[in-house]
Write a protein that binds this ligand. Structure first.
Ligand SMILES: [Zn+2]
Length: 261
């Protein structure tokens, strides 16, 4: 019995070391899977696919969480995923007259956006009990009311790391030049196949460094990546876990900033 317990302990430890310890991963490239807007298709399709591939992602949530979804997000966190901050109300610039004017970023000030990011941090803390949370700019906008708020966010200290947008070329190769509050990502939109997603990972493997995916719907909702394309990407990442470290945005950034010091 004791032997069995010891074996179980060692097995657990090796899994833990594989997933959590960055010390052994410095030769690997890093891939971060991020998902925005607290969408049902992420709970129903993306997370079960991640679970079966034994991979984790970062979910940039808004305050759009209900009695039904809150325990599911908490459960996703317990399975190793990161819950992160995408504001409470997702303010964006309204240019076509559509949308809730209360959430028009043109009507925000630096004070109101920082207050909202702070409140969302408190909300997330109530769900996952984490002390800090990473951030993603709604609609990848760095301005509210015409004013750039990145440096105010930096000075406030309420978030250490923030994800921005970008395209398939958003491979981060020089960590010393990376602004932790402006981390680029590939905003996956349009008809994208599994091969397209895998090609981005291969590009990161070729160039070295880190690549961040920004997904929205997976097999549903909007800006949708098909469930099949997403599964094919996860299968590739699962098969290449010796060379590719798939981790959360927070863990990747903690690791990278540790490298710089
Ligand atoms: Zn969003």
């Amino acid at each position: 019995m004791k032997k069995l317990i010891l074996l179980l302990f060692l097995a657990n430890f090796s899994v833990y070391a594989q997933q959590k310890s960055p010390a052994s991963v410095h030769k690997k490239v890093i891939i971060v899977l991020t998902y925005d807007d607290a969408l049902m298709s992420q709970l129903n399709i993306a997370i079960p696919q991640l679970d079966s591939a034994h991979l984790n992602g970062t979910f940039f949530l808004t305050g759009n969480i209900t009695d039904e979804t809150l325990p599911k997000w908490r459960n996703a966190f317990k399975h190793g995923n990161e819950l992160a901050n995408h504001t409470l109300y997702h303010p964006c610039l309204i240019i076509d007259g559509k949308g809730n004017p209360a959430n028009n970023s043109a009507n925000y000030t630096v004070y109101t956006i920082l207050r909202e990011v702070g409140m969302m941090n408190n909300f997330l803390h109530a769900i996952d009990n984490e002390k800090t949370h990473t951030y993603a700019y709604p609609c990848t906008e760095s301005k509210v009311g015409g004013v750039n708020y990145i440096d105010s966010l930096r000075k406030s200290g309420i978030v250490k790391y923030a994800r921005m947008g970008g395209d398939q070329n958003a491979v981060i190769t020089d960590y010393n030049k990376l602004d932790p509050l402006l981390v680029p990502s590939w905003a996956v939109v349009g008809k994208i196949t599994g091969d397209d997603l895998i090609a981005f990972v291969k590009k990161v493997q070729k160039d070295g460094g880190m690549g961040v995916f920004m997904f929205h719907g997976v097999g549903g909702d909007y800006l949708t990546t098909s469930a099949q394309a997403h599964r094919e990407l996860l299968n590739y990442l699962d098969k290449h876990r010796d060379e590719v470290w798939v981790t959360t945005f927070k863990q990747a950034m903690d690791y990278l900033t540790g490298v710089k010091q």
